[in-house]
Write a protein that binds this ligand. Structure first.
Ligand code: ADP
Ligand code: MG
Length: 571
């Protein structure tokens, strides 16, 4: 069904810097509308915007107009969760300048009442599924967590996946991130641990690479499958919903922070995803107005972010956007630009459909594709390029992970099917890809034998993944968890005895180091114990392993003394 993107704006309290500088609040809200004044032009009329929700979080709980984390969840998170239960894909993304409250709204803090949409939604999801008493209804949940930094995708849950993952577009599957781990979870605690691990991985990477966290996009994805058994026919039907929760990079322009060199390049790349997002939103809004619909070109493939979120933006999804606003006069320009951005997003309409039995259909289509590719290669006398027979896919399984198929490419020949394995930046005409290899027509498209083999491999890989049982997925998840923890342990990051990560709760009595980061979500996320006796810190043969340009092989040493009472007496 066609539904508009839900748009909310939210204004946070002054931060200490703004308070100390005696900042003025330039935002006012009434009902669902938001007003902004130009502090430099006090005579100018205020600009008015109206949204689905205007959230006043500038004051405190005792103000009747105040909007709490809970209320934001109840309005937006819960609605989207209910859509996920109906079988729709859903997406919530947070937009706004650095420090405006995106992460606070999405993740929040661990303290009671301060949790953001993502943890509340995950908790609610498991609360609702655990209340189910229907024996014919079962659920499975898988999550992934990735970061997009400078147009590169990083898996935050799999420590083995170093470097960037490839974004691919399969003619049947649509865009997806190759080799991104999707971990099976059975409780809210599982998800919470994964979020924590992902945030740690993000922090470690940001610290090592000297990156600014505010420059990366974080995408947390839940694949929620509901399976119903029909007692009469013994047939299973499935509904699959992909829930994408996105904390975008800061929307401020690179030049406003005086970026130079690497930072500037970085800024340009971040801007590539954000500007493309802006262009996509504008193009989609335009399309609504002009009623020309399909004919309009939407530049999804110009950036990794928009490519991955393609369905969520203009396609099969119920989508909400929360724009985080700074209240302060000094941020007037950025805040106004955020409001305009949000205003445009209101016009987008998405055509969400319930994903009923997408796996059965996908598997059928993938099988057909495999057969066609094999026939093509066989007809070329290239049977040696074909590996083992295509895996027989058992569709009657729980916990199947999928990207939804692009409805536009549903069964139809992929007229503009991109070359698998090509990044958005280097998209090229398939026919001009390389000199060697004979060109053959495949589904109205010219492809070389190499490309046919590549596509065959890709399709078979996707099918193998679909074929995994829930038990296999759980085993994989567990082994990745062990790896993740051993890597953290090797770095000297503390983990609890039961294997859980310590998080931000400082252990009493044991001296420790904590990381500091300008991003409050990442600050104090890593904790290193100083043990009794000698603790060495550096790059090589050490207890606490740090990496980075300025870290020496043996950087420094801590000595910790214990007195007769067993207390730490000095370092
Ligand atoms: P962003 O992710 O947009 O860069 P953050 O979410 O990290 O910004 O917010 C910056 C700071 O402001 C954090 O310390 C956060 O806790 C605080 N903050 C943001 N929004 C709110 C809010 N609605 N209520 C209370 N504190 C907030
Ligand atoms: Mg943030």
């Amino acid at each position: 069904m066609a539904a508009s993107v839900k748009v909310a704006v939210r204004v946070r309290p002054f931060n200490s810097r703004e308070t100390s500088r005696d900042a003025k609040c330039v935002i006012q809200m009434q009902g669902s509308s938001t007003c902004i004044w130009n502090p430099k032009q006090p005579k100018e009329a205020a600009k008015n915007f109206s949204f689905d929700y205007s959230y006043w979080s500038h004051s405190t709980e005792d103000d009747p107009a105040f909007t709490s984390q809970r209320q934001v969840y109840l309005d937006i998170g819960e609605e989207m969760l209910l859509h996920a239960f109906e079988g729709y894909n859903v997406c919530i993304f947070a937009y706004g300048q650095t420090g405006a409250g995106k992460s606070y709204t999405m993740m929040g803090k661990q303290e009671p009442g301060q949790q953001g949409i993502i943890p509340q939604m995950c908790e609610d999801l498991f609360k609702r599924t655990s209340e189910n008493t229907d024996p014919d209804l079962s659920y499975s949940v898988e999550v992934s967590y990735m970061e997009i930094y400078c147009e590169r995708v990083r898996d935050l849950l799999n420590p083995k996946s170093k470097g960037a993952l490839r974004v691919r577009e399969h003619p049947i599957m649509g865009p997806y991130v190759e080799d991104l781990s999707k971990l099976a979870v059975t409780s809210y605690a599982d998800i919470r641990d994964l979020m924590d691990a992902g945030n740690k991985a993000r922090t470690v990477a940001a610290t090592n690479m000297n990156e600014t966290s505010s420059r990366s996009h974080a995408v947390f994805t839940i694949v929620f499958t509901q399976r119903r058994r029909d007692q009469l026919t013994s047939l299973d039907t499935e509904k699959v919903s992909k829930v994408s929760l996105v904390d975008l990079a800061g929307s401020e322009r690179a030049d406003s922070s005086g970026a130079k060199g690497v930072r500037l390049k970085e800024g340009a790349n971040i801007n590539k995803s954000l500007t493309t997002l802006g262009k996509v939103i504008s193009a989609l809004a335009e399309m609504q107005n002009s009623k020309r619909r399909k004919s309009e070109f939407i530049p999804y493939r110009d950036s990794v972010l928009t490519w991955i979120l393609k369905e969520n933006l203009g396609g099969n999804s119920r989508t909400a956007m929360i724009a985080a606003l700074s209240p302060a006069d000094i941020n007037y320009e950025e805040t106004l630009s955020t409001l305009r951005y949000a205003d445009r997003a209101k016009q987008i309409r998405c055509n969400a459909v319930i994903n009923e039995d997408p796996n059965a259909r996908l598997i059928r289509e993938l099988k057909e594709e495999v057969n066609r590719l094999r026939d093509l290669l066989l007809s070329q006398g290239l049977s040696r390029l074909i590996t083992a027979p295509a895996a027989e896919v058992n569709n009657n399984r729980m916990g199947v992970t999928l990207m939804p198929a692009d409805p536009a490419s549903n069964g139809a020949p992929p007229t503009s099917a991109p070359v698998p394995g090509e990044g958005p930046a280097s998209e090229s005409d398939p026919a001009s890809l390389d000199g060697h290899g004979q060109l053959e027509e495949f589904q109205g498209e010219m492809i070389t034998n190499e490309e046919a083999v590549e596509r065959l491999k890709e399709t078979e890989k996707i099918m193998a993944e679909l074929n995994e049982t829930w038990e296999e997925k759980l085993r994989k998840t567990e082994s990745i968890r062990l790896e993740r923890e051993s890597i953290l342990a090797e770095m000297g990051v503390s983990i609890k005895e039961d294997g859980g990560t310590v998080g931000v709760f400082s252990p009493k009595g044991t001296p420790h180091l904590v990381n500091l980061n300008e991003d409050p979500l990442m600050s104090e996320c890593l904790l290193y114990y100083i043990k009794e006796g000698v603790t060495r810190v550096g790059q090589k043969d050490v207890d606490i392993k740090l990496s980075g340009q300025f870290i020496k092989e043996q950087h420094c040493v801590f000595y910790s003394y214990i007195n007769q009472n067993g207390e730490v007496a000095g370092i």
